[in-house]
Ligand binder design. Structure first.
Ligand code: NAI
Length: 399
């Protein structure tokens, strides 16, 4: 029997995954993209073009994989029936639309994979798919497996580099998939990155790296005098010690949250939730020249060369863009979710609160009031409170 793989999305990551799944022996790849006319344009392109994934190996050589998905559609009634595994490879704000689209057609024992999930993926999935979610496996990865970008839309995508390892969580109470979820994902990704199951889904939520952006935005712009810039300031390498201390404070609160959960529920393994400084030291070991502090890690990370603040050009000068995904995505689908978990665990978060108060104002939302997540726009975030979770036990009864 064929392994039927459905990829939801139409961007960089979805291009790569479509090519990898199509070239997996014994697999059939389908793509569903609901965005604009992507499905139509991609289908049309496949009538006359090859579909190529260029893979950069660690020695710098490049290999081409050529294989086409069999179906590209925006119609869930065609894409979803019979799918054994469904990947969601879109920015977090688009997940809701995909969950809603697949809900009537998804069958039990399907493996649903957030690649990446981003904070709150699982709660939102259960909320929308209801009892169906309980018969499926919900898998969520901490990041995308590759740095990648489309070279030619619907034809050619480049993997610039692959991660060595990738952690994910699996919720699988009543699901009997055709194979273990991690095994299925590995079969499709090939030998790198090596995927492994870590802790539980809260670990993945608390590890989401989207948490880095809001504190840096707040640190940089909260005291800005409103004058335009001549050039775009560096994002990571341009941090000052105060901003680094703020980010470090947020990371301390995340680690404290993990410890508090473990204390209240000793069977939960939260040990993989580490401080962002440790994460930099391990994940960018060859790129950082001075790892003595978080401030120096950000300043001396070569992977961050040239990465600038999101800015809009106005009359030849630059103004900050507060509608960029570092704010509109990484606040409601990042730091707000982490704050929500911290609140349930009973951990005070003065650093997160300070960052959130400023960020929510810039994006015209209210998530937090004082130090409590009870703002009027909480429903447009993925905070666990928004789905009715109140206790640690609620958080663990998700599947
Ligand atoms: P992308 O930026 O290529 O995604 C764009 C796609 O999202 C569009 O093609 C469309 O299919 C969908 N989309 C955009 N706006 C939409 C809307 N208003 N409504 C519905 N759908 C819409 O994303 P990419 O690069 O594939 O990344 C996926 C996730 O992985 C993101 O969360 C990203 O932050 C993360 N990531 C990406 C990396 C990369 O190298 N590309 C590296 C690490 C993480």
């Amino acid at each position: 029997d064929k392994l039927v793989v459905l990829i939801c999305g139409g961007g960089n990551g979805a291009h790569v995954l479509a090519g990898l799944a199509a070239s997996t022996p014994g697999a059939e790849a389908r793509v569903m993209t609901l965005y604009a006319d992507e499905a139509e344009r991609w289908s049309k392109s496949m009538e006359t073009n090859d579909f190529v994934v260029s893979v950069t190996n660690s020695d710098g050589s490049v290999e081409d994989l050529k294989a086409k998905p069999v179906l590209i559609t925006k119609d869930p009634s065609k894409a979803v029936p019979g799918a054994d595994i469904i990947f969601f490879t879109v920015p977090a704000f688009a997940h809701e639309q995909y969950f809603t689209a697949i809900a009537p057609y998804v069958s039990s024992h399907t493996v649903l994979v957030g690649l990446p999930g981003q904070a709150g993926f699982e709660q939102q999935c259960v909320f929308i798919l209801k009892d169906k979610a309980k018969q499926c496996a919900i898998v969520s990865f901490e990041s995308l497996p590759w740095a990648c970008r489309i070279l030619e839309f619907f034809k050619h995508v480049l993997i610039q580099g692959k991660k060595e390892t990738l952690g994910g969580s699996v919720i699988m109470s009543g699901c009997k998939p055709i194979a273990q979820p991690m095994e299925l994902v590995q079969r499709i990704l090939g030998n790198k990155p090596v995927v492994s199951e870590i802790g539980n889904y809260l670990v993945i939520n608390l590890l989401a790296k989207s948490v880095v952006h809001p504190p840096i935005m707040y640190g940089k712009w909260s005291k800005w005098d409103g004058k335009p810039f001549d050039s775009k300031p560096l994002f990571y390498q341009g941090v000052d010690e105060l901003q680094a201390r703020l980010l470090s404070g947020v990371a301390d609160e995340i680690v404290a949250t993990a410890k508090a959960i473990e204390k209240q529920r000793p069977s939960a393994d939260m040990s993989k939730v580490n401080h962002v400084l440790e994460w930099y030291r391990v994940n960018y070991a060859d790129q950082i020249t001075d790892n003595s502090s978080l401030f120096m890690c950000l300043k001396t990370n070569k992977a961050y060369d040239g990465l600038v603040h999101p800015m809009k050009e106005v009359d030849g000068k630059f103004m900050p863009d507060f509608k960029y995904r570092y704010m509109t995505e990484d606040v409601p689908f990042g730091i707000v979710v982490m704050k929500g978990i911290a609140e349930i665990a009973g951990v005070p978060t003065p650093n997160m609160d300070e960052v959130m108060h400023w960020c929510q104002k810039q994006i015209g939302k209210e998530f937090i009031v004082g130090s409590k997540l009870c703002g009027k726009d909480l429903d447009s975030s993925r905070a666990p409170q928004r789905y009715g979770y109140k206790t640690i036990a609620d958080l663990f009864n998700i599947g």
